[in-house]
Write a protein that binds this ligand. Sequence first.
Ligand code: SF4
Ligand code: SF4
Length: 296
Amino acid sequence: MKEFVVISGKGGTGKTSITAAFASLASNAVLADCDVDAADLHLVLEPKIKQESDFSGGKQASIVVEKCIGCGRCSKMCRFDAIQLNGPGNQIVGKTYTVDPISCEGCKVCVEFCPVDAISFKPAINGKWFISDTRFGPMVHAKLGIAEENSGKLVTLIRKEAKRIAEEQKKDLVVIDGSPGIGCPVIASITGADVVLVVTEPTLSGKHDLERVAQLTSNFGIKTLICINKADVNPEMSRNIANDSEKMGLKVVGKIPYDEAFTKAQIMKATLIEYTGGEIAGIVRALWREVVYALE
Ligand code: SF4
Ligand code: SF4
């Protein structure tokens, strides 16, 4: 069983549309949406949820109102300014302290210093993750709460589940919509993968992003392919990117021209392959053949 990840230096490059198109071309795959901060693969694949679970990225403090004696020690000790004197009060004091769950980093310092053991420290529910069925096979995906972090941990969980399902159902591939950027979530998306496809655009920022992402994949020793989306919008920059890629030893396996079919397919909740049999579908099919070849 192999793992194939589609990533990009930033959001909005067409990464998810391309991943969705691959989902419709892969015949025996499990799909995983690891772009957990901006998950939108489900908009096209319309998964039917079979199993829903809570995701906890770590523990969080909260003050037990009845026990707090209002000494303020926790608030002084918290270096994230997460504890304020704005609680409801109790029989001991007129006002108690409360923890702002968005600011709490779960360091546990307040818990250690509270003289009356008035701070509980429990797993925080940061989001949900799902195992679903789609018209192209099983899919593992997630919904992270607003302003929640630890998405690298959630990405790792999604990949692990997708692999487990692939093994259980004897699928030969996991197709992953990876996180954009070069931070912790993208590292969690690509570590140990067999092939990565980087989708980029012919802009200066696209070029810089590609260099950074390529550095990352090369550090991890992962076979890396490049695809330039909207390549005809700036042919000179596309050539520059292709030259740079060659110098970095990376293969440009596809140049996709700008096509409104990307947006129209998304509006129709269809993949590019389902939406059109035109030139663009042929280009994406050719791109998929390159991926399959690289995975062999
Ligand atoms: S656990 Fe750490 S970050 Fe959270 S409220 Fe306590 S001291 Fe602050
Ligand atoms: S240290 Fe404990 S008792 Fe003191 S204000 Fe904080 S929660 Fe209340």
